[in-house]
Design a binder for this molecule. Structure first.
Ligand SMILES: [Mg+2]
Length: 321
């Protein structure tokens, strides 16, 4: 399998996880298996979501991916202004912290840190959920560069360094998976690159002995969210099983499944994604004149990101006179 195929698996897998989990958001553990006792889940819709409709997780991932392609690299103010335009268009769902940071009126480079200073809590999972496109784009630049990009994009909306480090870890695990290697085997080397003050807490939730029941916070927080996604990948043998395990945990199901789908899609590849899911998937994009992306659009986006990321293009220079 080529790494561009795995990149499609990561981007499309995350979107499918988002759509699978959305109807179960804030539900109790076990509800998904109760609904689909034979283990074959469907994109069933519910809770305000149409069957196959992706939520803010995937919408924001698309915004990041399109910025990287159109700007030819990481343009943080551009990503922030795309986020802001989207947030102002009243998406069906938006994380509380993300909404406050984006619509608070502060400049892009201060908004998240000012919010963190006032609120003291900014370790939500909202920077993990949108990371598929940036993880695919920066993978070819190597471990240090992709982890750094993960941190910087996370910091646009999340002032807590725990969220930066979690996004950096996720970027790196996707990079390893795109190479056809085992991201679980890469955990020790990845943790060694985590900022020392955050390392121990991350090591705990990524340890093979950790179970989602051990979580000390709701899985809307960054640690149990990524910990649960890694657990779902570790304890299953297929894309479909991994996503079922993730959604069945309850809580912030769309985001835990979006992160799980990002990893499982990169590991198992795009052919492991059930066609009955990808055919139903659609991503409305508030603030973009009614655009709705389908699976083929996400495949194209993922391939372009993988190819352009590889070419190492940087910010376009000033326009020619
Ligand atoms: Mg969501």
């Amino acid at each position: 399998m080529r790494n561009t195929d795995r990149a499609v698996g990561a981007v499309l897998g995350s979107a499918v996880g988002d759509a699978l989990g959305a109807p179960f958001e804030f539900g109790l553990p076990g509800v998904f298996r109760e609904r689909f006792p034979d283990g074959v889940g469907e994109l069933c819709g519910g809770g305000g979501w149409d069957p196959g409709e992706a939520t803010d997780d995937t919408q924001m991932a698309v915004l990041v991916g399109e910025s990287l392609l159109e700007r030819g690299g990481l343009d943080l103010p551009d990503i922030f202004s795309r986020f802001r335009r989207w947030a102002a268009a009243d998406p069906k769902d938006i994380g509380l912290q993300t909404e406050q940071v984006l619509l608070g009126g502060d400049p892009w480079d201060l908004a998240a840190s000012l919010h963190f200073q006032v609120n003291g809590r900014a370790a939500g999972n909202g920077s993990l959920m949108r990371a598929s496109t940036s993880a695919v784009y920066f993978a070819a630049r190597g471990r240090t560069a992709t982890m750094d990009a993960g941190r910087r994009i996370a910091a646009l909306t999340h002032g807590d360094g725990a969220a930066w480090e979690g996004t950096a870890i996720l970027h790196e695990l996707v990079r390893v998976a795109l190479l056809g290697e085992d991201p679980l085997a890469a955990l020790p080397a990845t943790l060694a690159e985590v900022a020392p003050e955050h390392r121990e807490r991350w090591a705990r939730v990524l340890d093979p002995a950790w179970h989602p029941d051990d979580a000390t916070e709701f899985n809307g927080a960054v640690w149990p969210c990524l910990g649960s996604a890694v657990w779902a990948l570790r304890t299953t043998d297929s894309f479909e099983e991994a996503l079922g395990a993730a959604v069945d945990l309850g809580g912030d199901t769309d985001t835990v499944a979006a992160v799980t789908g990002m990893l499982a899609g990169a590991v198992h590849g795009p052919d492991a994604l059930p066609a009955r899911w990808t055919s139903e998937l659609h991503v409305p994009l508030p603030g973009s004149a009614g655009r709705i992306l389908r699976s083929d659009d996400l495949r194209d986006l993922a391939r372009s990101l993988a190819e352009r990321g590889e070419s190492g293009d940087e910010l376009p220079g000033p326009p020619h006179e």
